[in-house]
Ligand binder design. Structure first.
Ligand SMILES: O=C[C@H](O)[C@H](O)COP(=O)(O)O
Ligand SMILES: C=C(OP(=O)(O)O)C(=O)O
Length: 449
């Protein structure tokens, strides 16, 4: 059971430090009212669930489990629909089933979902045809439409973020515990994918093995409860600190602070300054924490982050999500992993193969090549194999819909196809079939490992 935090409880220490990427709210009074209201809202998750996920992440850190973390780059209020949530979840469950079989280890499933409404941006403004307006920072802050009204940050949106997260999480919980996620059904969806995929032949052997394993268990009369429901957790970037701290509560069991806006939160590449507000906020909460590490991260940065966020060296507390780019991962990652391992810290290492591989196509669309995504994951596995450390998981921007935002994949999408169904409000996502392609190919890598 959680009760509301108040400033005295210590969550607001971040306010004395520089906070990058915060919106320029035009009316501070209106923001204060919204924060007060959010502080009175019930938690979206229970602190005990965050502890459970920390335990699961401890298994990842020890090399006994694999993390699959994925979902939209930016969730959108108008995409809170049964169909879109179901498609996303279905894709993640299908990926999880393939990876579980191939790795023979539990796959910890975490969505970029039910809270991923805020985006850090490279530039504070955007200019079109000589008109300059604030950049779109996610539906929690402003609207995507290029008008002064839409682009003006509006704190009322923080309340919509809470309600959209709540509705999404409610449906996710219903799907994952109410029978929709039954492993036999998930396996049948995968068989369908293999039958209809242009690369299906390549995956047939693995799908056939899974099928035989399922048949064997059925023949033995096994009908484990574990087949019928799955553990699934929510996560998002802890970016807008007024929102995150309003949703931070004292856990009555332990007296510790938990950010109850999601099970896991991460700090992004643009906000992980060691003396900044985001790291200070993350240091105060008990949730499992991720930190994105780009190619400029030095081993000293990584070690200081450990000191700040995981002083007790508790496996499961800290996950480093590396996003180096396919061309840099083999060069930059080894020293980081080596130095962190030598320090005795047991962090989970996870690969985000998306954010270091973005480029702009001639058409103006931001995109990523499927082959680059795959190559970064390959590099990540190679580095860990070379060092004898555990490649702990993948963190992917994806959707369950048939969008055309990334190029390549089995159902090959070309640069000229991007305009057909380009729907992301920020960065390009793998579509359903590209996500499943990735899962089968990562499964092969995991086995080789
Ligand atoms: O998702 C990550 C960032 O928000 C995104 O890559 C920033 O994109 P921008 O460079 O277009 O601002
Ligand atoms: C902004 C993101 O990534 P990064 O901080 O790695 O750029 C993200 O994952 O949405």
């Amino acid at each position: 059971m959680t009760v509301n935090a108040n400033p005295d409880a210590g969550v607001n220490t971040w306010r004395d430090l520089p906070a990058a990427q915060q919106p320029d709210w035009p009316d501070p009074e209106a923001l204060r009212d919204v924060i007060a209201e959010l502080e009175s809202y019930p938690p979206l998750v229970f602190a005990g669930e965050c502890d459970q996920l920390r335990d699961r992440m401890a298994s990842v850190a020890r090399g006994e489990a694999f993390l699959l973390q994925g979902g939209d780059c930016a969730e959108a209020f108008d995409a809170v629909s049964a169909e879109q949530i179901r498609n996303k979840l279905k894709t993640l469950l299908q990926m999880g089933a393939v990876l579980t079989y191939a790795g023979s280890v539990p796959v910890v499933k975490v969505g970029r979902i039910a809270g991923q409404y805020s985006k850090p941006r490279s530039k504070p403004t955007e200019t079109r045809d000589g008109v300059t307006l604030p950049s779109y920072r996610g539906d929690s802050v402003n609207g995507f439409e290029f008008t002064p009204e839409a682009r003006t940050p509006d704190p009322q949106r923080l309340k919509r973020m809470y309600h959209a997260s709540s509705a999404t999480l409610n449906l996710v919980r219903a799907f994952t515990t109410g029978g929709y996620a039954d492993l036999r059904q998930v396996h049948a969806w995968n068989q369908d994918f293999v039958r209809n995929s242009p690369s299906g032949q390549r995956y047939e052997a693995l799908a056939g093995e899974i099928d035989r394993a399922m048949n064997f268990m059925n023949a033995c009369g096994a009908d484990p409860e574990e087949f019928k429901a799955v553990e699934f957790y929510s996560s998002h970037e802890a970016l807008i600190l007024d929102y995150e701290s309003a949703l931070t509560r004292v856990d009555s069991r332990t007296g510790r602070l938990y950010d109850v806006s999601g099970h896991m939160v991460w700090i992004g590449e643009r906000t992980r300054q060691l003396d900044g507000a985001h790291i200070e906020f993350a240091a105060r909460i008990r949730n499992p924490i991720g930190v994105k590490l780009g190619p400029s991260t030095s081993p000293e940065d990584a070690l200081t982050l450990i000191e700040r966020l995981d002083p007790e060296r508790e496996p499961g507390r800290l996950t480093f999500i590396t996003r180096m780019g396919a061309d840099k991962v083999r060069d930059r990652l080894p020293t980081l992993v080596e130095k962190v391992t030598a320090s005795g810290a047991q962090v989970a290492w996870v690969c985000d193969p998306m954010h270091g591989n973005t480029f702009e196509a001639a058409s103006g669309h931001k995109t990523r090549r499927f082959d680059d995504v795959l190559d970064e994951v390959k590099g990540f596995f190679e580095v860990h194999k070379g060092l004898g450390t555990h490649p702990g998981g993948i963190h992917v921007e994806l959707t369950g819909d048939d969008v055309t935002e990334c190029v390549g994949g089995g159902h090959e999408i070309f640069v000229d196809d991007l305009h057909q169904r380009y729907e992301t409000a920020c960065d390009p996502r793998l579509n359903r079939s590209q996500s499943l392609d990735l899962a089968f190919l990562v499964a092969e890598m995991y086995r080789d490992q």
